[in-house]
Design a binder for this molecule. Structure first.
Ligand code: HEC
Length: 136
């Protein structure tokens, strides 16, 4: 009898353990995303929430595949993911927040023959976009 009871409780114990594991995993994921977002904001002084609209408005997404941007699947330039882990921007200048912002505003400053155009994006807007890219 006791054995039968123990057997019926097994699935419940497993279900609870799985639920707890899933909750812990979700909390850790949320925490790491929150941390990378706040680091990106601290690095750039930009506002991540403004970036998706700017990325569409200035045509970035037409030329680049950009994570988290619906329709952001351009193939003219390379994909803009894991930018935080890159050593160089455009292959010519060290990857720092200021250099990334300057590249986004005026890539020709660093790379006169680059195919990426100056899109007319302002420095403040480029900071928002840089914050977004570093948060991904
Ligand atoms: C007309 C197409 C075009 C548009 C529009 C464009 N880019 Fe680019 N972008 C490129 C090309 C091509 C490169 C590669 C340039 C190089 O390496 O010289 C590039 C390179 C980059 C890089 C460096 C990537 C790396 O791997 O080092 C970043 C960052 C970047 N673009 C961001 C942006 C942002 C942000 C916008 C919008 C404000 C934008 N681009 C708009 C074509 C474009």
């Amino acid at each position: 009898m006791q054995l039968a009871l123990a057997r019926t409780r097994w699935p419940l114990a497993v279900a609870v353990a799985v639920l707890i594991a899933a909750a812990v995993a979700a909390a850790l994921l949320w925490q790491s995303q929150y941390r990378s977002a706040s680091t990106a904001v601290a690095m750039t002084g930009g506002d991540i929430a403004r970036a998706p609209d700017l990325i569409r408005r200035y045509g970035c997404a037409g030329c680049h595949t950009i994570p988290g941007i619906p329709g952001g699947d351009g193939k003219v330039g390379g994909p803009l993911q894991d930018i935080r882990q890159r050593v160089y921007v455009g292959g010519v200048v060290t990857n720092s927040p200021d250099n990334l912002v300057r590249w986004i505003v005026s890539p020709q400053t660093f790379s006169p023959r680059t195919a990426m155009p100056a899109t007319g994006i302002t420095e403040a807007e480029a900071r928002d976009v840089a914050a977004y890219l570093y948060s991904r």
